[in-house]
Design a binder for this molecule. Structure first.
Ligand code: C2E
Ligand code: CA
Ligand code: CA
Length: 786
């Protein structure tokens, strides 16, 4: 609202300023024109007055001419001359009378050569005798002239001609009253009013010879004061006073020109000018409104856009960017800003929902899609499946080959997965580090298993990048909606549980089942089953031989547990060990297997050769303060020494609580047990750290060993691990030896011991001695080149 007001005032302010500027200019122009007009009018009036005066004189002259002609006719009249000669008063008088009345001369007189009046048409004009004498004397010197004179308050024009016979015998003097007709004529000819008057005291309007008629009385006071301007009704009369140089009193002519009349033609011009000005102002006002709108409209639009930008809408285009004016460059500035912010916004969104390295959706996006898919599937009884996939030994690859290669590897994995997952609505996401997830929206569990098989197969082909190949495997966990969980987060965590179980069991793929999940009800029943198994003697000790690669002797065996279930048959340890670890039951299990091994130990020894038995420990054992004491008791019971055993501990077991683990390990080492790091390479710990521990042996994880034949980088890892271990004074054992080539490779790499299906599978303890017998008999036959 406030903004609108300001915009409105900006537009109206522009209009106001423009219009008032124009008005000012117009007014100034108008003023100049007005003054010029005034000057023009004044000049026009003055020249009209001058012309008027000239015409006045001309009229008088014409009058004089006429009078003179009449006087000449009279003076030339024979009868008249004879009458003068004979001094016939009667005849003279009648001739004067006749002649005067013929031409309208009021005064016609005959003067003697010395200008004394002899006779006159007006006998009672005695009083003017002196005046006439003076006039006549005056006119005698100027025969072509005429004289104005005031006689008995009346103005007259006089001319005089001589009467010759042939000598001058007299003068005819004619006086003609200056009358209304003359000023009317003047007005008619010159458009100038005039009053002919005597400024000597006069009272009556009739004493004035005026073309103003009724108005005469109004102007008389001004005229008497010789005012230059006379106010008359709605008009002003501009005056010009002319002294008539009369005789017998003063006579004056005032010429008057109406300024209104003079102004009249200019008045029209002024109107026209006014109309043009008004029209111009109107058009200019319209124009400036348009112009100001032209400025303010784009500004308004820009303001709207900035408001939208402020609300976070960055996909709108800024208007007016292609105009070349300042508003255009402002708009372009805005557009650049908008584009930058939009790009940043996209970048932020991308960071929030996409994985930078692989370009795959990230965990957040995966979760959102899963939630919305579950939402959409509520009614349709179509299952959804998610697969969580984690690379095996990725950390180690990362450390040995470098992080750059690790990144390349992850990218290669992501494109491999994308190739396999090609349904439209299916998603491959990178959840974290080396963990991926696949969401299948149109497949059931069977279809998911087919896909996991294809993934496993795809991983069998070594990944090639940066001139090297890496043999990689992955552990996968599968969970289905709605069977395993109804809610997205739970479903994800269940597929992760299945994946972790698959990893720890090196099972490749596992489908979620509550038995994998220590927190489920089913695990509780499994726990009671396991307790029962221990009590009822359903557990079996199996042994897997370990071979000294130098002496080719069977120097040790690993104790591996088996569960002979009355209904389910032989259950492999990966299906219950992780669970036993989670519930803590594994402590009883370790003690059981140790006791079982101890009990059988003596029967497994040859007279010239000792067999050391390796026992697997779990985190729980390491955290148990009394654990070394329990082992000690068992050693005492079976009268055995600690060095008859080796204890295998995984890196992760140590890392759960390194300080307590270290304390326990120190104790066990002090008691004389040999210690071995199991599954080396799958954890995150460095050799540098392990060196601090009282460890004697390193067991390279079977995944490296099994892959080293095909994969150079795995071979590299195995080689460098062996070298490092030797430098630290550790014995190296390779597990997972499945063929002779690998066994030979290990021997040449100076790996101390080997364990694997190629040498011997885990076997019931009672079968071990006969296997060893057979092995020693046939090994030269079986391994001729070893
Ligand atoms: P582990 O300690 O790494 O044991 C070696 C596993 O590798 C054994 O599986 C063995 O059968 C298998 N193996 C040996 N040679 C080869 C080979 O050449 N190729 C292949 N593919 N595999 C080979 P198993 O017996 O199924 O045991 C699995 C895991 O269960 C063991 O891994 C260990 O972590 C755990 N485990 C077994 N028995 C016990 C036990 O008594 N106590 C504890 N805490 N864990 C046990
Ligand atoms: Ca082991
Ligand atoms: Ca192992």
């Amino acid at each position: 609202m406030h903004l609108k007001w300001r915009q409105a005032t900006l537009a109206s302010r522009i209009v106001l300023v423009m219009v008032s500027l124009l008005l000012l200019v117009q007014a100034a122009g108008f003023l100049v024109v007005q003054r010029a007009l005034d000057r023009q009018v004044a000049q026009e009036i003055q020249s009209a007055l001058v012309v008027g005066e000239r015409i006045w004189w001309r009229l008088l002259e014409q009058n004089a001419e006429r009078l003179r002609d009449a006087a000449t006719v009279l003076s030339a009249d024979f009868g008249f001359r004879s009458a003068i000669a004979s001094e016939d008063q009667q005849t003279i008088a009648s001739a004067l009378e006749n002649s005067g009345s013929r031409i309208g001369a009021s005064i016609v007189g005959l003067l003697d050569p010395s200008f004394h009046l002899i006779a006159a048409n007006q006998a009672d004009n005695r009083m003017a005798d002196a005046v006439l004498h003076e006039i006549a004397a005056n006119l005698a010197n100027d025969r072509r002239g005429d004289r104005l004179a005031l006689i008995e308050k009346t103005p007259y024009q006089f001319v005089m001609v001589p009467v010759r016979a042939p000598k001058v015998i007299g003068w005819v003097l004619m006086g003609f009253p200056v009358q209304q007709g003359l000023v009317d004529n003047l007005y008619y000819l010159a458009d100038v009013n005039a009053i002919f008057y005597s400024p000597d005291k006069k009272q009556q309007a009739s004493d004035y010879v005026s073309s103003l008629h009724d108005l005469t009385e109004v102007v008389i006071p001004g005229v008497l004061q010789q005012q230059s301007r006379l106010d008359v009704q709605n008009d002003v009369l501009i005056t010009r006073y002319v002294d008539m140089n009369a005789m017998g009193g003063q006579l004056r002519l005032v010429l008057m020109r109406s300024s209104a009349q003079a102004r009249l033609p200019f008045e029209q011009l002024k109107w026209l000018l006014g109309i043009i000005t008004a029209g111009g102002l109107f058009l200019f006002g319209l124009g400036s409104i348009r112009a100001s709108r032209k400025v303010t409209r784009p500004l308004k639009e820009l303001t709207n856009v900035t408001e939208q930008l402020g609300q976070g809408q960055f996909n709108i285009a800024v208007p007016g960017t292609n105009s070349n004016d300042e508003v255009g460059s402002l708009a372009r500035g805005f557009e650049r800003m908008r584009a930058n912010i939009a790009a940043q916004q996209d970048e932020i969104l991308h960071l929030a929902y996409w994985d930078r390295l692989t370009g795959l959706p990230n965990r957040e996006q995966f979760r959102k899609k899963l939630i919305s898919s579950i939402e959409n599937c509520r009614d349709a009884a179509k299952p959804l499946v998610i697969i969580t996939l984690n690379l095996d030994r990725f950390k180690h690859v990362n450390e040995v080959l470098g992080y750059g290669s690790g990144d390349e590897l992850l990218k290669a994995v992501s494109s491999r997965l994308l190739e396999l997952v090609n349904q439209d609505n299916d998603i491959v996401a990178r959840m974290a580090g080396d963990e991926f997830a696949i969401f299948l929206s149109s497949t059931d569990l069977a279809g998911a298993i087919v896909l996991t098989d294809r993934i496993t197969k795809a991983f069998e082909v070594p990944l090639a990048f940066n001139d090297q190949t890496v043999d990689l495997s992955a552990s996968m966990g599968v969970a289905c909606w709605p069977k395993d969980a109804l809610e997205a987060d739970l479903l994800m965590s269940r597929s992760e549980i299945a994946m972790h179980a698959a990893k720890s069991k090196t099972a490749g793929v596992l489908i979620y089942s509550p038995s994998l999940d220590s927190s489920s009800l089913q695990t509780l029943s499994l726990l009671s089953d396991l307790r029962q198994a221990l009590q009822e003697g359903e557990l079996r000790l199996f042994l897997q031989p370990k071979l000294d690669t130098n002496s080719k002797r069977v120097v040790a065996a690993e104790a591996l547990v088996r569960w002979q279930h009355p209904q389910r048959g032989l259950i492999p340890p990966l299906q219950f060990i992780p669970f036993a670890e989670q519930t803590g039951f594994v402590r009883q299990l370790t003690l059981w297997i140790f006791e079982e091994a101890a009990r059988n130990w003596a029967s497994l020894q040859l007279s010239d050769e000792n067999l050391r038995i390796s026992i697997n420990l779990s985190t729980r054992d390491l955290l148990d303060h009394d654990f070394p004491e329990h082992l000690n008791n068992l050693l005492n019971i079976y009268d055995l020494k600690a060095d008859a055993f080796c204890l295998e501990i995984t890196e992760s077991a140590i890392m759960d609580d390194p300080q307590r683990a270290e304390a326990t390990l120190n104790k066990l080492s002090e008691q004389g047990f040999k210690l071995s790091i199991d599954d080396f390479g799958t954890g995150y710990s460095s050799l540098a750290y392990l060196k601090r521990l009282p460890v004697n042996e390193l067991k390279i994880d079977k995944s490296f060993v099994m892959a080293m034949q095909k994969d150079e980088s795995d071979a590299k890892i195995v080689r460098s691990t062996i070298d490092l271990a030797h430098n630290l004074g550790l014995t190296v054992v390779a597990e997972g030896v499945e063929n002779q080539i690998i066994l030979n490779q290990l021997k040449s790499l100076k790996c101390d011991e080997a364990q694997g299906y190629y040498i011997g599978k885990p076997m019931p303890v009672k079968d071990f001695n006969s296997w060893r017998e057979y092995w020693y008999k046939n090994q030269n036959l079986l391994f001729s080149d070893f």
